[in-house]
Design a protein around this ligand. Structure first.
Ligand SMILES: CC(C)(COP(=O)(O)OP(=O)(O)OC[C@H]1O[C@@H](n2cnc3c(N)ncnc32)[C@H](O)[C@@H]1OP(=O)(O)O)[C@@H](O)C(=O)NCCC(=O)NCCS
Length: 184
């Protein structure tokens, strides 16, 4: 378990799946994800069975220190040879929990985990260019924009630009003190 000040990240259990489906199907969350069909509980269960055997993915529930599940965060494409992985599946499921600093703590916990526990050399992600709030959030931690894939994904009725972002271990080390202040 990864423990911060107000939240912790714990393993996803089967009992969490209906809540995850509910969150991911919400229009205000779904609009920022690549899915193009509503997610079902049955699909999520099949995905979960595969996930349990997949060593190149991690998926965590974000919960408050009181034990209330409020969101998810994940790592995919964990590449042990090139020591890089992708960050995503990041959401805080209820509006009432958003904008309260839980997301920032989750980013700090994941950065520490990726660079100090998994010993990765690079963390990267891609997201819709329209998701400016999250791009700013990642920049505030030291992620760099590495490029833009123009009109790359058809979503929300139009072709969307996709922004690639990344952080190297040396950049994490440079900002480590201020990042860890958020979680200790
Ligand atoms: C992105 C997300 C996980 C951030 O979690 P959060 O707990 O709301 O974020 P925090 O409160 O820690 O930090 C908020 C910061 O992120 C920005 N932010 C991003 N999305 C936001 C949202 N929906 N509501 C409020 N703030 C948001 C704010 O500008 C704020 O920065 P500031 O403190 O400089 O004003 C959450 O807002 C969310 O689930 N958004 C919808 C799904 C999504 O976009 N996921 C990312 C896909 S790549």
């Amino acid at each position: 378990m990864l423990v911060g000040k107000r939240i912790r990240l714990r393993a996803v259990e089967e009992k969490d799946l209906p809540k995850i489906v509910e969150w991911r199907n919400k229009p205000e969350i779904y609009q920022y994800f690549y899915e193009y069909e509503p997610l079902s509980n049955a699909q999520q269960k099949i995905w979960f069975e595969k996930f349990l055997k997949n060593e190149s993915e991690k998926y965590f529930i974000i919960e408050t220190t009181a034990g209330k599940a409020i969101g998810t965060v994940g790592l995919t494409h964990i590449d042990w040879r090139n020591r890089k992985c992708e960050w995503g599946r990041f959401l805080i499921g209820e509006k009432k929990h958003q904008g309260k600093g839980y997301g920032k703590e989750a980013v700090a916990l994941i950065l520490k985990y990726v660079f100090e526990h998994l010993n990765m050399h690079k963390l990267y992600c891609d997201l819709f260019a329209s998701n400016q709030k999250v791009i700013s959030l990642y920049k505030s931690f030291g992620f760099e924009i590495e490029g833009t894939l123009r009109k790359h994904v058809f979503k929300n009725g139009d072709y969307q630009d996709v922004v690639m972002m990344g952080m190297l271990k040396e950049e994490y080390i440079k900002n480590r003190k201020s990042i860890l202040k958020r979680i200790v």
